[in-house]
Write a protein that binds this ligand. Sequence first.
Ligand code: ATP
Ligand code: MN
Length: 463
Amino acid sequence: MKRIKIARILASPELIGSEVCVKGWVRTRRGNKFVQFVALNDGSCVGNLQIVFDMNKFSDEQLKEITTGASIGVCGKLVESMGKGQTCEIQAETLEIYGTADPATYPLQKKGHTLEFLREKAHLRPRTNTFGAILRVRSALAFAIHKFFQEKGFAYLHTPLITGSDCEGAGAMFQVTTLPLAKLPLTENGEVDYSKDFFGKPTALTVSGQLEGELGATALGEIYTFGPTFRAENSNTPRHLSEFWMIEPEMAFYDITDNMDLAEEFVKYCIRYALDNCRSDIEFLSEHFDKELIGRLEFVLNNDFVRLTYTEGVKILEECGKKFEFPVHWGTDLQSEHERYLVEQHFRKPVILTDYPKEIKAFYMKQNADGKTVRAMDVLFPNIGEIIGGSEREADYDKLLARIEELNIPMKDMWWYLDTRRYGSVPHSGFGLGFERLVLFVTGMTNIRDVIPFPRTPNNAEF
Ligand code: ATP
Ligand code: MN
């Protein structure tokens, strides 16, 4: 008989009375010499299905290998359950054991392991209720992102992961090379001879797909990217990964207001999608980790984001009287503590800050007439701080070139980018959403290492 997933069984009362087959991993077994109960989970939902073994039909010998973590297949009749905590259960007719799990060594014996402990067991933690829930929410959010943009007619553009320009300015890069590190080929001047390297020049893993995204937007109109990015920053924070996923929409003919409208609609759509489609997972996470989670999600959905300039934001921070770890004044890059103060204490709503000092933002952002600020926008969220960074882009060739020269960005890397401003240049805008920051927000987790299956952080690339 064909396997039915437990999520479907629990959602289909009409199946009661019929013969079903389920396959999954044992969470617990308990009982006595007359009857044994197994809680089975198959990863399709947070709920377990109870399997009842009548010990007139099965022997102790047959059941002794059914320990926590073992994988089994069971066929039998689905019946309404008398017991508390479940609506239905299977009366087992046949049992197949696929793989045992030695109780002496299987690490996930008891409930309530700490998240820190589970990070050391990242190869098995997807089998816990918590990580099952997080990973299903993550998957649903990824789908929601494609759905949102596809329904709007955006094209999904695949930008390269290996890049030859080190000018994105988003952070330190991981070099990609096939040169023998122990015996580097040198030029006459004693420098590394990159003409001998795989691509004939230095290359690195991308920190952002934006520059190529702009090439797509100025041809297809509206595009988005959704892929991994890499940052070799030594920032050991609960909000930074060395390898993370980013969504970067880029739109021709959008000014910064259109950009903010899209960003707000987009994150709300994703949160709504998760609430509608992952309700039991989110409820589970809320119950176990963060009682305020669902309220916070609803709150973001039901409120307009506050929009103000960086200058206004800094003024509020300077005048609020709070002592911050990092002092704040006009010109400083805002730290997470400042962002969270504005969102959580001052406005108590998500905030979009715009028009940052040009010195702390990237070269490609549209320069304002004041000569000091650029048309940047950061979306700041409760508990997270910055979740989105974006801007209207500088569309004027001369202004862009002047900024590139001012920052000494080598032209040999930039000629193709500047061509978008030489031929049919248009006002355009875009932003980057850190996928894991969105998953953090929606799951209520507090450490970014817990919302990606296999986190990469400084000194950690296990699994
Ligand atoms: P932060 O100030 O938090 O380091 P950033 O200014 O470097 O962020 P951007 O370069 O604008 O961020 O990247 C766009 C988005 O990508 C950010 O808004 C954030 O959601 C996410 N992001 C940036 N760096 C990381 C990282 N190391 N790990 C996970 N997400 C990140
Ligand atoms: Mn950063």
